[in-house]
Design a protein around this ligand. Structure first.
Ligand SMILES: Cc1cc2nc3c(=O)[nH]c(=O)nc-3n(C[C@H](O)[C@H](O)[C@H](O)COP(=O)(O)OP(=O)(O)OC[C@H]3O[C@@H](n4cnc5c(N)ncnc54)[C@H](O)[C@@H]3O)c2cc1C
Length: 394
């Protein structure tokens, strides 16, 4: 009764996607365990932005395949109740003269080479799409019309519900205490509700992936990093028709999107506050920080000089040294597969990653090679560092 074809630890958007894909590929007995609830981890803190803009070509490919799923979510899941809350408003990115200009030029060209629809805009064209912004300093502006944002929590719960309908067992409020192995082979997990047996365990634990190091002695190069997200109430609407905006010219490499009505959701795309322990509880956001971000926003969106703070929250990224995830098998422990280290950009990759990890777990050919994302890269030095340096744009 307690024996399964595969056990997934973590029911965030990644684990839920893995579980759905395992069932869809025909796995009969799949168990998902989460110590809290589906989507209640860092997934619930996401800004939800979907773009294929990356400077790492593997990420472009994963984001592209995932985008195809978000666009047609209910059909893909073959479940009319599934929803992603997607708003296809486009993604505008601009850089002034300076160090970010060449990376932007190369990343846009890379996207074009990989078949993504990208437009190069003049300042007036950019202004017509996002009239609340000024582009006086912009030396290069790229626009991805198909991009936008969606609801990460809704996507996680949709994947999980459809997985359940396909026979997956999801247990909430169950904490995994230990990975069980025999002779280097995974045999199951010990939990707060007893032992569950399987030769295949997929860990999608995000910042808590450091458990793996405790359980196996194998390093997990991931740190928990807290970031703040602000919703500013401006004098003019930031409509759902206006694109998500990435400002490579601002000190915080800000990203902004509509949050409905006159509200703009804004956050910095740079390094956050490192936490000593992995947890995703709310942290303080200082007034100085709010003023600093507000000033950066006002530079780009002059009318937001008068904006007020409508709401705010903090969220935690699972950051690796190259700001890209670790995906695939851990060779020293047979049967253990991991997906962690999404470094603040995992939602947009979640359908593709879930599919790849499920394929790998079931011994099926993977759509694309997982090799570039292997843990081994931190030993070999073949890192996946993006052209923009540290930060979630990667
Ligand atoms: C502020 C913020 C903004 C973001 N914005 C974007 C964005 O705009 N676009 C984008 O693409 N991405 C964004 N991201 C990143 C994206 O949201 C995450 O990469 C993604 O949601 C991570 O999903 P996950 O399943 O890996 O992790 P989680 O949702 O954290 O799930 C991990 C789960 O594992 C469970 N767990 C861990 N250890 C155990 C254990 N021992 N036993 C049982 N259960 C366990 C936890 O309870 C948790 O539910 C953002 C993230 C944050 C924090």
């Amino acid at each position: 009764m307690n024996s399964f074809d595969a056990i997934v630890i973590g029911a965030g958007v990644i684990g839920s996607s893995v579980a759905y894909h395992l069932a869809r590929f025909g796995a009969k007995k799949v168990l998902v365990l989460d110590r809290t609830q589906i989507g209640a981890g860092t997934t619930s803190q996401s800004s939800g932005i979907l773009r294929t803009h990356y400077s790492v070509r593997e990420n472009v490919a994963l984001a592209q395949s995932s985008w195809g799923v978000f666009k047609d979510f209910a059909n893909y899941l073959q479940d009319e109740d599934a929803a992603s809350g997607m708003v296809q408003c486009g993604y505008l990115i601009c850089a002034p003269e300076g160090e970010k200009l060449e990376p932007l030029r190369q990343a846009l060209q890379g996207q074009v080479n990989q078949g993504v629809t990208v437009q190069y805009l003049g300042r007036d064209e950019a202004r017509s799409l996002l009239p609340i912004a000024q582009f006086d300093d912009a030396a290069l502006i790229g626009y991805e019309p198909e991009a936008g944002f969606a609801d990460a929590y809704l996507v996680a719960t949709s994947f999980a519900r459809t997985a359940r309908r396909l026979g997956v067992k999801i247990m909430e409020g169950v904490e995994v205490h230990r990975l069980l192995t025999e002779g280097g082979q995974v045999t199951g997990v010990e939990t707060s509700q007893g032992t569950f047996v399987s030769n295949t365990v997929i860990s999608t634990q995000n910042i808590w992936a450091t458990d793996i190091a405790r359980w196996t002695g194998i390093p997990t190069p991931v740190v928990a990093e807290r970031h703040a997200v602000l919703a500013l109430e401006g004098p003019n609407p930031y409509t759902f028709q206006m694109p998500v905006f990435k400002d490579l010219g601002s000190p915080g490499m800000l990203y902004c999107r509509s949050y409905g009505g006159n509200q703009m959701l804004v956050s910095e795309g740079t390094v956050g506050e490192t936490l000593t322990e992995p947890h995703n509880e709310q942290g303080d956001i200082s007034l100085d920080y709010i003023v600093d971000v507000g000033e950066q926003v006002a530079q780009r969106f002059p009318a937001f000089d008068e904006a007020g703070l409508a709401s705010s929250w903090t969220g935690v990224y699972d950051v690796t040294p190259d700001w890209n995830p670790v995906l695939g098998r851990i060779p020293d422990v047979k049967g253990l597969i991991v997906g962690y280290g999404f470094s603040g950009h995992g939602f947009k990759l979640s359908p593709g990653v879930g599919r790849l990890l499920a394929q790998e777990a079931l011994g099926l050919p993977t759509d694309v090679s997982l090799a570039p994302y292997a843990l081994e890269r931190f030993r070999s030095g073949h890192l996946l560092t993006g052209l923009y340096g540290k930060g979630a744009v990667s």
